[in-house]
Design a protein around this ligand. Sequence first.
Ligand SMILES: [Zn+2]
Length: 280
Amino acid sequence: MRRAIPWLILVVLGGLLAIAISVILNTHNPTAKVVSTQPTPKLESLAVPFPEINPKARALDIPIIMYHDVRPIKDIDWDITPKHLEKHFKTIQQKGITPITLEQLVEHLRTGSALPAKPILLSFDDNYLGEYLYAFPLLKKYHYPAVWSVHTNYVGNQVGKPKANWSQVKEMSHSGLITIASHTVNHLRLDKLSPEKVDYELQESKRVLEKQLGVAINYFTYPEGDFLDSVKDQVTKAGYQAALTMSLDEKKEGPANKSEDLLSIMRYGQSRFEEIIAKM
Ligand SMILES: [Zn+2]
């Protein structure tokens, strides 16, 4: 019996030593360490530096269609009749194309986040009364979101082509379908203005829209699509997260994802709708 006690001590000590060695080995096993501390990737970490477009968003072509006034009888070439606009909306529906919001588009361009099938973005410029009277009811009928680019000094203006007033802009903004973007104060070509005047056009329009509508104005649309590269810094400084542009030269038009960056997102004039939609 007496000789059994040292053996028991040896067995216990051996067991303790084995446990200690196993703990030390596990602690120093680099594979185990990586697996246990791997962080869950957050969506934010997938974004590229502003204003770059994420390489993951380059493959999927997303057209933005640009509309101007909507009138029963066309006044100028880029107007569209309510009947023709509804034909566009029906085509979108029949082809299983999904109008998305500008927020969805910008998030996708930043991070490569998923979008619904065959995405498209509808945009209406210059806040024409005809857009409120004819396009807005159609958007509600089809449940399509859209972007409205509003130049603040012209809101409610009845000279020439009448513009929607503040209560109409508010109604659209609060409908949940329309994202209001700033289209400057005076709709002047930014490449012709001094940097001080550009700052005013960018900042004052944002301030007035936010005060009138009670929502954050995160997006900007260049008047006539004309701007110098230095203006992009001013757009960023004013607090915008993305900017839409346009070109009168069809060759310079393209899908949003092929744009240079988030501060010069390209669009197609509505006269090219059938041609663009045929590729989707
Ligand atoms: Zn405009």
